[in-house]
Design a protein around this ligand. Structure first.
Ligand SMILES: [Zn+2]
Length: 158
């Protein structure tokens, strides 16, 4: 167990919990999605779609090759990659691929940091890149969750 587990920058965010049989499925690819808050969707969709977002419940498609980003749980509203303001980091052609959306730190910057520092120390990488400062992941991260896990993934890939 590493001390990195305590680096969560958004301890105030209450995670949405889903029971197994209610995992939302993307209406386009039928793969599992993940619940996101309405407020997260609102901040990331292009403004012409705000009206259709209304106060619906949404999930995000986790399939890296699917063009769908958000879908309403009633499946009436589908928001695609080209209809959001930021590239979704895990989708195939995401460019740039952000690890920390709040501070616009990319996977490449994290990997460069690991090379410059010479090791994979999470705290040093965060300090070097400026990631996880004044985070508001609930509205800037497309999944509405803390970027800590994504930064860790980028470090692991380095
Ligand atoms: Zn999908």
């Amino acid at each position: 167990m590493s001390s990195d587990a305590n680096n969560n920058c958004c301890s105030g965010i209450i995670e949405l919990v889903v029971i197994e049989q209610n995992i939302p499925k993307c209406p386009v690819c039928r793969e599992a999605g993940r619940l996101v808050k309405n407020v997260t969707v609102r901040h990331i969709v292009n403004k012409e779609f705000l009206e259709s977002i209304n106060n619906l419940d949404f999930a995000i498609c986790m399939n890296e090759s699917c063009n769908t980003v958000y879908f309403s749980l009633d499946e009436h509203v589908i928001i695609e990659k080209k209809q959001v303001k930021e590239p979704i980091w895990y989708k195939n052609d995401a460019d740039p691929k952000y690890a920390c959306y709040c501070n616009k730190v990319t996977f490449d910057q994290v990997k460069d940091a690991v090379r410059s520092i010479g090791n994979k120390n999470m705290n040093k990488v965060i300090e070097y890149t400026g990631a996880m400062k004044n985070c508001q992941c609930e509205i800037y991260n497309p999944l509405g969750i803390c970027c800590h896990e994504t930064i860790k993934k980028a470090i692991d890939e380095a």
